[in-house]
Design a protein around this ligand. Structure first.
Ligand SMILES: C[S@@+](CC[C@H](N)C(=O)[O-])C[C@H]1O[C@@H](n2cnc3c(N)ncnc32)[C@H](O)[C@@H]1O
Length: 287
């Protein structure tokens, strides 16, 4: 008999760095045995593994470097489980800080009033969906240049359907698919655009597995500039625009905003690792 604990022990022997990776063996065993919580791993460690062949296949993929989230099709974000696969970026902890900031700032600005939310470069949809769940959202717009990514966002919208208002998925560059949409009038725009300029700075597992369209920018901050310029074309006043940034993007964006939008209230915020992570812009009509 292959008990959960025996299989776990054998698998751990194959790992180079047990301290770092053994939790993923437990995650895979919970997945194969359909345990909904890690506590079941300990409580049911003497049960038989439902399918040793399936475990071996998944563990093999993991040993070859595939991220655990793509293998289980699950990624945690602000306490929720999002569907993910290799068509989208795996939601990052840093983006949880961005979403949390945006939720708090939106409450400060709009209280409990009804708001429309647009998540640009949505990927899995994690940012827009979490904002819509936590705010009094009457309509949610999710856009992405990648049709494949939008399919994943659709899966997540359907997954959280009972907690969401009407949602619209649109394909296209930056805010442009919404700018031409008469119905759309966002009060809050959030975006986590691809922002890595230096391809050498990326971990091999990320480089080999995650979509490059989600990671890299070939034209510095063009997408940020486009989103900022297009945000001002909507009628609402004010609009809260929250952008995820990086240490690389921060000086370029700051220079652009200081030059072209000095009239807007802008805040730059570092994350818990002391890296520049959030640009928060209150877009107003005042000159
Ligand atoms: C860094 S990922 C962010 C995904 C998700 N919002 C998150 O925070 O996990 C960037 C996403 O932007 C999309 N993208 C890249 N260039 C774009 C563009 N010019 N306009 C709209 N989306 C774009 C990619 O397909 C990818 O899904």
């Amino acid at each position: 008999m292959n008990t959960v604990f025996e299989v776990y022990k054998k698998a751990c022997q194959k790992l180079e760095n047990i301290q770092k990776d053994e939790i993923n063996v437990r995650i895979l065993l919970c997945y194969v045995n359909k345990y909904s919580e890690m506590s079941e791993f300990y409580l049911k460690k003497d049960q038989e593994v439902r399918s040793i062949d399936l475990f071996n296949e998944l563990f093999g993929r993991y040993l070859k470097g595939e991220p655990i989230q793509y293998i289980t099709n699950e990624a945690y974000f602000l306490g929720d489980i999002f569907y993910v696969d290799n068509r989208v970026l795996i939601p990052r902890m840093e983006s949880e800080e961005v979403a949390t900031y945006a939720i708090n700032k939106a409450i400060e600005l709009f209280g409990n009033s009804e708001v429309e939310i647009a998540d640009i470069c949505t990927g899995s949809g994690c940012l827009g969906i979490e904002l819509a769940k936590h705010l009094n959202c009457k309509r949610l717009f999710l856009t992405d240049l990648s049709l494949d990514a939008l399919e994943v966002a659709r899966i997540n919208c359907e997954k959280f359907m009972n907690q969401l208002p009407k949602y619209n998925l649109r394909n296209g560059d930056g805010l442009s698919p919404l700018y031409f949409e008469k119905k759309c009038s966002p009060n809050i725009i959030i975006a986590n655009p691809p922002y890595i300029i230096d391809k050498n700075a990326v971990d091999k597992s990320v480089l080999n597995n995650e979509p490059h369209l989600a990671l890299f920018t070939d034209d510095n901050i063009k997408i940020y500039k486009d989103i900022i310029c297009d945000a001002s074309k909507f009628d609402n006043d004010p609009i809260l625009l929250v952008l995820e940034i990086s240490d690389e993007i921060y000086p370029l964006l700051k220079e652009f905003i200081n030059t072209y939008c000095p009239m807007w209230k802008v805040e730059y915020i570092k994350d818990i690792n002391n890296k520049w992570r959030i640009a928060s812009i209150i877009v107003t009509k005042k000159k």
